[in-house]
Design a protein around this ligand. Structure first.
Ligand code: CAO
Length: 535
């Protein structure tokens, strides 16, 4: 351990000055070749920089937030052995490849069990290929199952399976020959061929419940997802949370196509309450949606018809888009519209704002709506619940999310314990959270734990719309701009009343139309006379 070397950022394409968002190692850590050292995040991609060799980290020369380009020294390592072949590769993947375990006499490669950590004598539980099969690099060849993990051994290279040397039930360790593979047209396969990698993942991790739109990648679910390192690298690059992707490969393994489809908004969807078919249906040729085989997304060369400009979606748009898409496809939405008479409430709000002028809090309608929501949720508890398999989880807390329009896209901050807060307190917290969201400073914890959401377009306009439920919540209230409307209780006497258009979307698996109508009626009644919150 005397050959200390500088580890540099490898070729990262056209990217320069890319911020370091995470450092995975510290001085003294032992790392294997291809272990991720740091993560970089440009506007377009998240990239892991893998270790070019096995060794021990001596010192780290960068910190989170630093901006780096190819060639910048990020750390010093002491190590043995030659750098891995992949050291020159762009830092795009999370390959955990050990030294090549392929030998290639006369163009036929012996594929061996790669480094599988501390596991020894691990039973083969399934062999996915047979002699004569054509496989591509990264295709799973077989599955091993230890007491702790199910591991797929992917193919190190493309070729034709010749001779399978093991059978189901055999116990194998690192180095055992699995099969022989004829590479392409029989050309020689050299030891520099990409090495096999093991995805030591727990079998098909359940998809994470939907976080509020705008939430960060769930690293735990990402780690547990059943996917090869190359697919993980692709997912990082595309900003796809693997925990939310349902795999179409064997045993739910996530394939490159699944990630591509998810990134394009055409991915299959999972979720605790997703129908079985959505979770396990075959991949649709054109990007299956919820297990339904649909036509492929139209590919149009827009530039043929006029000048165009291409702009990558923001990270938040990608994340919230994937969540919204999943929710829209999985949840049978119904939207009931209602009108609330807020003539008195508006007078009260204006009066209260005058009184509150000195305190600096200015109340819009929204804090009143939060209180009305709590009242309705208490009266109709199934609206404050979540589906968990065949059970309904009723929550005895009332955390109300509100959609906020930010320069980067839609975010849903959550007012926790709204039942315990006064209307001015809620108003102030909303302003603070909306400001943080718009400045990109809001914490994930401020967007989690919601039990019901309100989406207000009241400051902008419109009459009615269909809000998409923010799973795992089961309902959402949409509100548009109030307007004056002639109203008559008896068809004879008419008067203008300030009317608030309400649109409640609800999950028909949990809620019935009659309950939704009752909820809306109560909600509107509370807004018409806020004294009802006391009841
Ligand atoms: N009817 C009439 N006027 C309304 C109203 C309504 N329903 N709701 C708000 N207003 C008024 C406010 O009183 C305020 O008036 P003044 O400027 O005279 O004080 C003005 O409209 C602007 O309100 P606001 O939008 O700043 O405040 P808010 O509390 O109503 O909303 C927030 C805060 C963060 C929810 C809002 O700014 C926002 O981001 N809305 C967009 C939410 C969204 O994108 N929803 C769609 C999600 S689905 O894609």
């Amino acid at each position: 351990m005397s050959n200390a070397i500088d580890i540099e950022v490898p070729d990262i394409g056209d990217f320069t000055d890319v911020p370091v968002i995470e450092i995975f190692v510290k001085p003294g850590d032992s790392v294997k070749a291809e272990d991720p050292l740091i993560s970089l995040e440009s506007e377009k991609a998240t990239m892991d920089v893998p270790s070019p060799r096995t060794g021990v980290v001596k010192s780290v020369s960068i910190k989170v937030g630093d901006k780096v380009s190819a060639g910048v020294v990020i750390m010093q390592m002491e190590g043995e052995g030659a750098p891995a072949a992949a050291a020159e590769a762009p830092a795009r993947t999370n390959l955990t490849a050990p030294p090549p375990s392929v030998s290639a006499p006369t163009g036929v490669a012996e594929v061996r069990v790669p480094d599988i950590g501390d596991f020894k004598d691990v039973p083969v539980i399934e062999i996915f290929v047979k002699p004569g099969d054509e496989v591509k690099a990264e295709d799973p060849l077989l599955a091993l199952e230890s007491e702790k993990a199910t591991m797929d051994v992917p193919s190190p290279l493309s070729g034709k399976v010749q001779d399978i040397r093991i059978k189901v039930g055999d116990k194998v360790s690192e180095g055992a020959v699995i099969l022989t593979l004829a590479s392409g047209d029989g050309a020689g396969v050299t030891a520099a061929t990409p090495a096999p990698a093991v995805s030591a993942a727990a079998a098909a991790a359940p998809a994470a419940p939907a976080s509020a739109p705008g939430g960060a990648i769930d690293e735990k679910a990402f780690t547990l997802a059943y996917a090869s390192p190359a697919v993980r690298g692709l997912a990082r690059e595309k900003g796809v949370d693997l925990g939310k992707v349902t795999g179409s490969g064997k045993h739910g393994r996530i394939t490159r196509e699944d990630v591509e489809a998810f990134a394009q908004g055409g991915g299959k969807v999972g979720g605790a309450a997703a129908p079985a078919k959505a979770a396990s249906g075959p991949a649709a040729s054109g990007g299956g949606i919820g297990g339904v085989d649909l036509l492929p997304w139209p590919k149009v060369d827009f530039a043929k018809y006029g000048p165009v400009e291409r702009k990558e979606l923001s990270r938040i748009k990608k994340i919230s888009g994937a969540n919204l898409h999943r929710n829209w496809v999985v949840i049978p939405h119904v939207t009931n519209h209602e009108e609330a008479d807020i003539t008195d409430l508006e007078q009260f709000r204006v009066r209260m704002n005058k009184e509150l002028e000195k305190s600096g809090v200015k109340l819009s309608l929204l804090p009143f709506m939060v209180k009305a929501a709590v009242s309705a949720l208490k009266k109709f508890p199934e609206f404050n619940a979540s589906l968990d398999g065949d059970s309904l989880v009723y929550k005895n807390y009332w955390h109300i999310g509100f959609a906020a329009d930010t320069p980067n896209g839609l975010m849903v901050p959550v007012i926790k314990d709204a039942d315990k807060k006064s209307i001015p307190e809620i108003g102030k917290e909303m302003n603070d959270l909306a400001k943080l969201a718009r400045e990109g400073k809001i914490k994930p914890a401020d967007m989690q734990g919601g039990t019901f959401s309100i989406s207000s377009l009241g400051g902008l306009g419109g009459t009615y719309f269909t809000p998409i439920i923010n799973a795992p919540e089961v309902a959402i209230m949409g509100v548009c701009k109030s307007f004056w409307k002639q109203h008559s209780a008896d068809g004879k006497n008419w008067e203008a009343r300030l009317t608030l258009p309400l649109s409640l979307s609800w999950d028909h698996r949990v809620i019935d139309g009659a309950a939704a109508a009752r909820f809306n009626t109560h909600f509107a009644a509370v807004l018409a006379d806020m004294r009802r919150v006391l009841f």
